[in-house]
Design a protein around this ligand. Sequence first.
Ligand SMILES: Nc1ncnc2c1ncn2[C@@H]1O[C@H](COP(=O)(O)OP(=O)(O)OP(=O)(O)O)[C@@H](O)[C@H]1O
Ligand SMILES: [Mg+2]
Length: 242
Amino acid sequence: MSQPTFETAVRTQGVNMFFGEGESRVTALKQADFDARRGELIMLVGPSGCGKTTLLSVIAGTLTPQAGTVEVFGQRLDGLGQEDLTTFRRKNLGFVFQSFNLIPTLTSLENVTVPLLIQGVSQREAEERARIVFEKVGLKGREDSRPNSLSGGQQQRVAIARALVHEPPLLICDEPTSALDKDTGAQIMEMIRTLSRAPNRCVVVVTHDQRIFRFADRIAEMEDGRIRRVVDDPRQLDTTHL
Ligand SMILES: Nc1ncnc2c1ncn2[C@@H]1O[C@H](COP(=O)(O)OP(=O)(O)OP(=O)(O)O)[C@@H](O)[C@H]1O
Ligand SMILES: [Mg+2]
């Protein structure tokens, strides 16, 4: 097993994660070893049910595995209590969910200000910063719309703006382009890739969308609860099941 280097941003070793008990037990991760480097955008691909979202949740500290170690920017997450995990997430993590998870009673812009307000940023500054990111994701003019009046692609862009607004070191995206057309998906990925280009940054993207593979520095292929291999050229992937 290799030792962590200064470049390591995320590292899981021997992670086991199961749900349920007895006959209904489902093992989602089996000895999953994963690492992501500082300054890179790494994609996680594999068939439906192979454990991608579960691995993201473990890295995000929203699921605690039954075995194994999880380290994010030098901080061990396994063993941390709920309160410390919450603090860690607020400071270090942006998460774009497969289902957008927007707050329906807030306007789109208000949704984007939430992570800043939680961090104690003033209302005025939060709005200013949210407006800048809002424009970047191509939503200018829809600030006051509630999420349910936006298209799926627009909601996804609000979710991305919310994940980016506090400039988290670790950005985790679960199918960020699945609801977007080709051009919008490429624009969003371009933006996400630019963000990953900093030594104190790391972006992990789960996707089935082969059109965006070209934005990855490396691609980790998952199979049956573990990382099967990691490649830096998408042509080396077995894409028949994606
Ligand atoms: N909360 C849960 N309770 C029970 N089983 C779960 C739970 N979450 C995930 N699983 C199971 O764990 C396995 C891995 O699920 P996971 O959501 O990580 O897959 P995935 O690779 O993200 O799939 P997809 O590409 O369809 O999103 C599946 O068999 C799933 O049914
Ligand atoms: Mg999933």
